[in-house]
Design a protein around this ligand. Structure first.
Ligand code: URA
Length: 434
């Protein structure tokens, strides 16, 4: 079999069989297929799509490309949550301690930033000392002791996805239903959780901009999970504007801390609580999402969720004094307000541009090997439907380089659309696929 022929087949709208897909996945993982051929193949997939069968074969081949974690040593029904990627999406940091407080083990494997979207692992690394790589024994021990652990994808967990993910990030081949579904579900199948809750984003900051595409992605992933015998729920949530107000790394951790302290933004709390209520439902901890909701909100009111977050940070080597004193986080040296160019209402936000503004500031990767600046980011002051007056600040930029700050400002002004009519605000949650 030759990779050239398989690229050509996909270019000509052909359907690949199981053996062909395994050849590509295994060859690329072992380094026998070079990046340039894999990039051409991924682009052909983006342009010509894959069938459900091809997507299922791709998912299984990627899951089998490395270790299949055995988490049976963790007591209880283990739940995991994964987002399809958004801007300002720090729900994992908010919901994991809430769910853990209620005795349901959260054994979570998270990703790094991808394209214009942020990643939980990058965010957690802004806490001094925090380790996102634990041995399987430590991971299991932490979940058994404190009911939660969040780690990066280990080198040998779905290594095919790890390599392909990094390549997609820099070759504009992220936004394809089959590539996203197989990327997420291969990791979920390999990482041993019993129940999977998926946060499928929809809107201008999501990889799937249209609701119908998000729904198709949700159905594809729920089908893969169900076939693998794992109860899977997908909640379709809004990404027509950043979630909460902070976009970056350390500033998102600070917003998660505020939310766990009962002082966070309503949209972030609502999305986190909804996802968490399905985690509790899937684990059999509650009979309905509504019952879960009340219990979850109480973990914030009682202060237990914040204490759990601090306990989790310490258990992974992080300095938990940052959790109780977020002003300790390193600050960016330039603080700059971007002002509204006219009077009116915010009628549209090109949220992927906001994500790219954060990448440009240094908060995300431009090439596979870029290092990121954890202190930079954006705080959003004006969201959809808000009234603005000319020269009022719409966002604050946190930067460490004036050239990058100027480029980010351009992107922000390009992202905001103003109009005279007040628009309807989008819902936080659209639907749930089970
Ligand atoms: N998250 C993933 O893990 N993979 C994708 O392809 C997109 C979001």
């Amino acid at each position: 079999m030759q990779m050239y022929d398989l690229i050509n087949k996909k270019k000509n709208h052909g359907e690949l069989n199981k053996e062909e897909i395994e050849f590509i996945v295994n060859g690329y993982t072992k380094g026998e297929i070079p990046d340039y051929q894999m990039s051409a193949f991924l682009m052909a997939v983006c342009l010509n799509k894959m069938t459900h069968e091809e997507t299922a074969h791709l998912t299984v081949a990627m899951a089998n490309s490395g270790d299949m974690l055995d988490l049976t040593a963790i007591h209880g029904v283990k739940v995991d949550k994964h987002s399809t990627g958004g801007v300002g999406d720090k729900t994992s940091l908010v919901l994991s301690p809430m769910v853990a407080c209620l005795g349901v083990p959260v054994a979570k494997m998270s990703g790094r930033g991808l394209g214009h979207t942020g990643g939980t692992i990058d965010k957690l690394e802004s806490i001094p000392g925090f380790s996102t790589s634990l041995s399987p024994e430590q991971f299991i021990d932490n979940v058994n002791r404190i009911k939660m652990a969040i780690v990066g994808q280990t080198a040998n967990l779905a290594p095919a996805d790890k390599k392909i993910y990094a390549l997609r990030d820099v070759t504009a081949t992220v936004d394809n239903i089959s590539l996203i579904a197989s990327s997420i579900m291969s990791k979920k199948l390999a990482s041993g959780a019993d129940v999977i809750v998926l946060d499928v984003k929809t809107g201008s900051g999501a990889f799937m901009k249209k609701y119908e595409d998000s729904l198709a992605l949700a159905k594809e992933m729920v089908q893969i999970g169900t076939l693998a015998g794992k109860p899977t729920y997908a909640v379709i949530t809004d990404m027509n504007q950043p979630l909460g107000r902070a976009v970056g790394n350390s500033i998102e951790v600070i917003e998660a801390i505020e939310t766990l302290s009962g002082k966070g933004p309503e949209d972030l709390l609502e999305v986190s609580v909804t996802l968490a209520s399905y985690m509790l439902l899937g684990a059999g901890r509650v009979k309905s999402p509504e019952e879960g909701r009340e219990l979850l909100l109480e973990t914030i009111r009682s202060g237990k969720a914040l204490d759990k977050f601090a306990e989790f940070v310490s258990a992974q080597g992080g300095d938990s004094s940052f959790i109780y004193n977020p002003e300790l986080f390193k600050k960016a040296s330039i603080i700059y307000e971007v002002k509204a160019p006219e009077d009116g209402y915010v009628t549209d936000i090109r949220t992927d541009e906001i994500g790219m503004a954060s990448v440009v500031l240094g908060g995300g990767r431009v090439t596979k090997d870029s290092t990121i600046d954890l202190s930079v980011g954006i705080v959003i002051h004006k969201k959809l439907g808000d009234k603005v007056s000319k020269n009022e600040p719409i966002v604050t930029l946190y930067a460490n380089d004036d050239e990058k700050r100027k480029e980010a400002k351009k992107r922000i002004l390009n992202a905001y659309v103003f109009g005279k009519e007040k628009p309807e605000r989008p819902p936080y949650i659209y639907s749930v696929v089970t």
